[in-house]
Design a protein around this ligand. Structure first.
Ligand SMILES: [Zn+2]
Length: 74
């Protein structure tokens, strides 16, 4: 029956769109969420880059320009 194939096509399309939406939402959520709690956030005072490093270091080297920075406090 062509009608059934049409419905099946719509359902598959809908499922595909839903899967894509889920992936995009997950990607956006991960990008805007703060980094894992076990990592400290550093902000480079030279190039303003924000990055993370282990919490047991007092000064962390910027991955971009190599400058050492203290932990970033909110
Ligand atoms: Zn830097």
């Amino acid at each position: 029956m062509p009608a059934q194939e049409l419905i099946l096509g719509y359902v598959l399309l809908l499922l595909g769109a839903l899967a894509l939406l889920t992936v995009f939402t997950e990607m956006r959520r991960r990008r805007f969420e703060p980094p894992a709690a076990q990592d400290r956030i550093f902000r480079c005072s030279a190039c303003k880059r924000v990055y993370t490093d282990d919490p047991d270091v007092d000064l962390s080297r910027c991955p971009d320009c190599g400058r050492f920075n203290p932990p970033y406090e909110f």
